[in-house]
Write a protein that binds this ligand. Structure first.
Ligand SMILES: Cc1cc2nc3c(=O)[nH]c(=O)nc-3n(C[C@H](O)[C@H](O)[C@H](O)COP(=O)(O)OP(=O)(O)OC[C@H]3O[C@@H](n4cnc5c(N)ncnc54)[C@H](O)[C@@H]3O)c2cc1C
Ligand code: SF4
Length: 490
């Protein structure tokens, strides 16, 4: 064996990374199930199941194809590689660039040689040169460049449909009396059952653990959900856990799907006339815009970015995040229950309910980040850190997003059907049945008004405080709400 190709659990694609051009005769493929990773946190079981079972399936598929494969269980990744080094002295270790600072460092110290990470559509150096030339890192500016560079939904130099962005058409609330298509279920096989037994859990049928299953999920989305994806992208509904979202983030993040094939499938459907431009553009923006931007920013902003806490938020994680029975807020309770059930909720519950709550309660950003990392099936360092620290809780002082995504109950009420069955009233900001989001939203603005008023995108919201005749009463209620949340009684 001449080369050991190390395949981390998020590079599970035959055509990309270190496996591109792999030689069945002289290459040894290494996957390491790191005990440090598995036991390093109280991970959501569904998440561990998905990551491990996908990797074991992938190793088996490579063996079936005729590769020499070692699937090791070791104390940590480097310990696994040490075993190979002892057995094959002089072998060279190759891997694609890793997706976290920590693993990049430890593998590089071990002597692994890196090839380019082509699991994204944008080389890191290209993103860094774009970001270095910007005054503010507006995603929209990056996205337009991506459309042109990758030639996606373009007619020459012009965006198809004449507009770059159809965001304003993508804000409908959940429809009434609507039949959501059934969810695609993924049947369990022998490898799945073995992993689930080791983890002492019963896996749901929500997540595929093979490339075939991931491709089936993509096809199912394109055929059943893509058309309505755009208009209902921001809606939240009690009667559907995924609405018209694609539910493919775990697969693009662990390599079972590549973003290029997702874009190809989406564009093919659009060109066949099956989906309107607001859905096609909205989806493409997520994949070539947001996803690439977030990865680029992770590397651009540096390793210390995760430790930001510029709003000085020091409240410990609220009990309702780990136990939904600790809240009466219908929106939060049902979203945390969904997270517990399948380790996933879509973008708006993550941003406008969970992160918004952490933001306006002044929850410590690192505690909240750790919780999100543990609970979500698609969480890895590169994607969670900018999404939580920058977008979710504005802990970076506006480095990434020019204003915090803070909102009161009115937003949640408009975009969901949670409020009808809630003990609180989204329209009220004071009194026992005031919506905690509404009370805390104003209290948050008041607490940070000196710094926010200098931000022209926030000044209108902050000036709204002047119209509140009951500000003192509101501040008193906010203290009651915060202490009730800490006790798990609100
Ligand atoms: C606080 C917070 C934490 C998040 N954590 C993660 C995470 O750990 N992992 C993760 O993959 N996404 C994360 N996201 C982004 C987004 O919420 C998920 O990608 C999306 O909900 C996944 O569901 P979907 O596949 O149905 O996505 P769709 O709504 O169908 O969108 C299609 C794809 O676009 C990509 N995408 C869209 N927005 C983003 C984004 N902001 N960052 C990265 N990719 C994006 C994803 O690959 C997604 O699969 C987070 C967002 C917020 C606000
Ligand atoms: S009233 Fe407030 S707490 Fe209750 S569901 Fe609506 S937004 Fe959530």
């Amino acid at each position: 064996m001449k080369r050991a190709l190390y395949i981390p659990f998020d590079h599970l694609h035959r055509g990309y990374g270190a496996l591109k051009g792999a030689d069945k005769k002289s290459d040894l493929i290494i996957l390491v199930e790191s005990q440090a990773m598995i036991n390093g946190a109280d991970w959501h079981k569904e998440r561990l199941f998905f990551l491990i079972s996908s990797a074991r399936h992938f190793a088996q598929e490579l063996r079936d194809e005729g590769f020499h494969v070692r699937y090791l269980t070791a104390k940590n990744t480097v310990a696994g590689l040490e075993e190979i080094k002892k057995e094959f002295p002089g072998i060279s270790f190759i891997a694609a660039e890793q997706s976290s600072y920590r693993l990049s460092r430890s593998l590089s110290e071990f002597g692994v040689e890196f090839v380019e990470n082509d699991f994204f559509l944008t080389p890191r150096s290209l993103f860094i040169s774009w970001a270095s030339s910007q005054k503010s890192y507006l995603m929209e500016n990056f996205y337009r460049k991506q459309r042109v560079r990758l030639n996606v939904l373009m007619e020459g130099d012009t965006p198809i449909g004449g507009q770059w962005n159809y965001d304003k058409d993508n804000r409908l609330p959940p429809p009434k009396n609507y039949q959501w298509p059934p969810y695609l279920e993924h049947q369990r096989d022998e490898i799945d059952r073995e992993v689930a037994a080791e983890l002492k859990m019963e896996a749901t049928t929500t997540w595929a653990t093979t490339r075939a299953g991931a491709l089936a999920q993509l096809k199912y989305f394109i055929e059943n959900h893509f058309e309505k994806f755009g208009p209902y992208e921001d809606a939240m509904a009690l009667d559907s856990w995924s609405l018209h979202h694609s539910v493919i983030s775990p697969y693009i993040n662990n390599g079972l799907l590549h973003p290029a094939e997702v874009i190809d499938a989406a564009c093919a459907s659009f060109y066949k006339g099956k989906v309107p431009i607001e859905s096609a553009e909205g989806f493409v923006r997520q994949i070539i815009g947001w996803r690439e931007y977030i990865n680029g920013m992770y590397w651009f902003l540096g390793e210390d970015y995760r430790n930001n806490n510029q709003l000085g938020a020091d409240r410990p994680l609220l009990p309702l995040f780990t136990d939904p029975a600790k809240t009466q807020m219908n929106c939060v309770k049902s979203i945390v229950e969904d997270v517990k059930a399948r380790s996933w909720v879509h973008h708006i519950p993550r941003l406008m309910v969970l992160s918004n709550l952490a933001l306006i309660t002044g929850t410590n950003p690192q505690e909240f980040l750790d919780w999100m990392r543990r609970e979500f099936i698609d969480a890895t360092d590169w994607v969670m850190v900018p999404n939580v620290i920058g977008m979710g809780v504005h802990a970076d002082g506006g480095q990434m997003m020019s204003k915090p995504y803070a909102a009161g109950g009115a937003y949640i009420s408009r975009m969901s059907n949670y409020c009808k069955g809630c003990v609180y009233n989204p329209k009220l900001r004071v009194g026992d049945d005031a919506c905690p989001f509404t009370t805390l939203y104003w209290d948050f603005l008041d607490r940070h008004k000196e710094s926010f008023v200098k931000n022209h995108r926030m000044s209108q919201q902050v000036n709204g405080l002047k119209r509140l005749s009951d500000l003192d009463e509101l501040k008193h209620r906010a203290q009651e709400v915060l202490s009730g949340l800490e006790k798990g009684e609100i």
